[in-house]
Each structure stands twice: as C-alpha cells, then as structure tokens.
Design a protein around this ligand. Structure first.
Ligand code: NAP
Ligand code: MG
Length: 400
C-alpha cells in the first residue's frame, strides 16, 4: 500500500507520562503505517523542558506560527511535588499557558460522541462545542479586603483625564473588593477566532454574557462581537447557512439544555471554565473531549482535553496492564492531519483523518473499548475491556 505523502510538516509536541507512551503507540500503530509522516518534532517532556530551560516550549509555539498546525501531547504542569520528583531548577510555567500566550488563541472543546455512551441530557444528539475566552477577567484580577470604616474607589486615568468612582462605602461592615480587566484587542481576537471556527466547522455560534447587569464591561464584549460580525462575517455566515446570535447567559443556559446540540457556545473566561466542565461531564467522559486552540491569524494546535493520567502511569511503571483511553489523543492527530490536508490541498490526508475517526468510533460501537468507557457503556454489544495497545490494534484492523 502506498503511504500518503505530506508537503508541509506538522508540528509535533511530545509530552509526559502515560500520554507520552500513548503518543508513541498511536504513531506506530495508527499513523506511520498509512502516512509518510512529515513532522517537526519538539520534545516538551518535563525532562527536556528542564534541559532547555523551557526554550523548547517557546520554539514549538513559534514553529506552530510558522507552519500553521501543531499536535500536542498532554504535559505535566509542574507544582512543588513535581519540582522534587524531577529535580527541577524552577517551577516551569504551564506549556499550554506559554503556547497560548504566544499564539493568542481561543480554546474550543467538543465531545466525541459514540452510540452506547449516552449524554445525561437525552436531547443532546450532537456535540456542543464550548469556546472559552482564555484571557483576563477574574483570572487576572486584583483583590483586597477592606476593613470596617474603609472605602474602595475605582480610579481611571486615560486621555479623558482622571475619574474616581466610589465602589463601596464600608462604614457599617468590612468586606471584599475586586478589580478586573479585559482589552479590546483580546476580545476582538476572541470574536474572530469564534467566527472563523464556526465557518470552519459549519456550526452556528452563540455568545452569551450579562450585559443587562454589566452595562459597560459585558456590554463591550457584546458590541465588539456585533461590530466584527456585521463588518466581516455576516455574508460568509449567510452563505454557509449558519447563524450568529447574542443572548443573555441565563437564557443561553436554558436554551442549551433544551437544544439538540450541534452549536458553538462562546463563553467569557469564567463561564467557559465552568460550562466546559459541565458539558464534558454531561457527555460522559473527559477522555472523550477534544480540544483545539485557534489563533486569530489562523494557526491551530490540537490536543486532548485530559492530562497525563499520572495514576495509570505509576501502575504502568510497576508493570501492570493499563487501559488508558487514547481516543482524544487520536482525535488530536486526526484533527491536525485533516487541517494540514486542507491547508495543503491533500484530500487523501483529509480522508485518512475521517477514516481514522470512523475506525475509532466503530471499534467502540462494536463493543471493544478501554476500561473507563466499558464502565459506562450501554450499547447493543457486550462491552469488552481492552488494554490501550490492543484497543489501538483493533482500530488498525478496521483501518486496513
Ligand atoms: P488527568 O491526567 O486528566 O487524569 C485525572 C483522572 O481522570 C485519571 O486519573 C483518570 O481517572 C481519568 N482520566 C483522564 N484521562 C483519562 C484517559 N485518557 N483514560 C482513562 N482515564 C482518564 O488529570 P490529573 O491527574 O489531574 O493530572 C495529571 C497531570 O496532567 C498533571 O501533572 C497535570 O499538570 C497534567 N495536565 C495536563 C494537561 C494538558 O497538558 N493539557 C491538562 C490537565 C492536566 P482514574 O484514575 O479514576 O482512572
Ligand atoms: Mg475548570
């Protein structure tokens, strides 16, 4: 069989622990036998991040900027315990944070749906994609405690001069105060990423905030989305047969629950944090959530939404058999290869990505799956729990 040729390399960001092994197995069993893989490899494993003083992460992000498409394995974000475990010279930053800061993107998360893994909301027959604004608001706030008798004021200095707004007079009781911000630039990037992704995936876009209460802050988000949509995207959406609308966050929640899915729900930073966990749980499993970072310039980084599955890794190191779910990581590869195929006009690569995803879903629907799914599977066939490698080999059988 002739392998599919690539013209531009895909940027490959390797990672840590159980997912690092899964990464190698996926390449060996499901990619390299079929695709003449052209990749620019960056080892973001913690050992190499330490060795390169984390320069490798910055280089990888710049390579994604250069080539347009990256695929990332899950990586350890070091904490105090990891500093000891890996004898680190520093508590290196989260690689996802570093890549996001360089690409300035929006993260889109969507569940992979299979028959037999039923969402808790029975009307959800199509995936719901959450687009989370990954900058500002309470994640970059300043906070303080104000003692009884104190006062908190907001001072703004800009080209209009200096204004002072009283926030609260704490004369009767002490309390808390918070200051947070966002920027027109970041909100505009967020809006463009959402509009582009909606066109890319041909799904309607919903955006929701609380502009009735937050008449300047949240209203600014609503206005920027509306301005950019009307100026740059309205016609494109009409041609694609999809819609964009803004609604209040409470209305959006009610509509999403009653919907059949199949839309992109754009959320402010905090709303996105909470709602993506809710959607992931309601669809069944974190191991079945895909994640893609889309930059406003049109660069893409695909990954799984879960981490390095440390608990399984320690069992693996002791020689025990592991049944870690590789599906979201397979979809990171298929997503990246499909995008590469689209950008380079290689239809065979796009078709391979489709077949890889179909073979994965077919394997599960035939009753063969990893332990996490076997525990919740209610399909037509009897669920058989396989270890990770045997599961990948079953997918390969269906690809052949
Ligand atoms: P995790 O790796 O997502 O795993 C948490 C638990 O969820 C696992 O112990 C497992 O439950 C279940 N799980 C997650 N993915 C699974 C899969 N593919 N197959 C089967 N079960 C799965 O999160 P964590 O343990 O909190 O974090 C571990 C490391 O990952 C940390 O060092 C963290 O920094 C890193 N992390 C990286 C990313 C990223 O790179 N994007 C994201 C999150 C976390 P059971 O043990 O009950 O089977
Ligand atoms: Mg969260």
């Amino acid at each position: 069989m002739q392998k599919i040729k690539m013209t531009t390399p895909i940027v490959e960001l390797d990672g840590d622990e159980m997912t690092r092994h899964i990464w190698a197995w996926i390449k060996e069993i499901l990619i390299e036998p079929y695709v003449d893989l052209k990749s620019e490899y960056y080892d973001l494993g913690l050992v190499n991040r330490e060795k390169t003083a984390d320069k490798i992460t910055v280089d990888a992000a710049n390579a994604i900027k250069k080539y347009g498409v990256g695929v990332k394995c899950a990586t350890i974000t070091p904490n105090a315990q990891r500093v000891k475990e890996y004898n680190l010279s520093q508590m290196w930053r989260s690689p996802n944070g570093t890549v996001r800061a360089i690409l300035d993107g929006t993260v889109f998360r969507a569940p992979i749906m299979v028959d037999g893994i039923t969402p808790y909301i029975p009307t959800w027959t199509k995936p719901i994609t959450i687009a989370r604004h990954a900058y500002g608001d309470i994640y970059k706030d300043v906070e303080g405690y104000v003692a009884r008798g104190g006062k908190a004021k907001l001072v703004i200095e800009d080209s209009d001069g200096e204004r002072e707004i009283e926030i609260f007079d704490y004369s009767k009781t002490g309390g808390v105060v918070m200051g947070m911000h966002n920027t027109d630039k970041s909100i505009s990037s967020f809006a463009r990423s959402c509009f582009n992704y909606a066109l890319d995936t041909r799904q309607s876009l919903w955006f929701a905030a609380k502009d009735t209460i937050s008449k300047t802050y949240d209203h600014r988000f609503k206005d920027i989305f509306a301005e950019i949509f009307n100026a740059e995207y309205k016609e494109k959406f009409e041609n694609a047969g999809i819609e964009y609308f803004y609604t209040l966050i409470d209305d959006a929640v009610a509509r999403v629950i009653r919907s059949e899915g199949g839309m992109i729900w754009a959320c402010k930073n905090y709303d996105g944090d909470v709602m993506s966990d809710m959607v992931a749980t309601a669809f069944g499993s974190l191991a079945m959530m895909t994640s893609v970072l889309v930059s406003p310039e049109g660069n893409y980084e695909y990954e799984a939404a879960h981490g390095t599955v440390t608990r399984h890794y320690y069992r693996f190191l002791k020689g025990e058999e592991t049944s870690t779910n590789p599906v979201a990581t397979i979809y990171a590869w298929s997503g990246g290869l499909r995008k590469r195929g689209q950008l380079d006009g290689i239809s065979e690569l796009c078709e391979f990505a489709d077949r890889l995803e179909k073979a994965t879903v077919d394997t599960i629907e035939s009753g063969l799956m990893t332990g996490d799914l076997a525990a919740i599977y209610k399909g037509k066939s009897q669920a058989t729990k396989l270890n990770t490698v045997d599961f990948l080999k079953e997918i390969a059988k269906r690809l052949d």
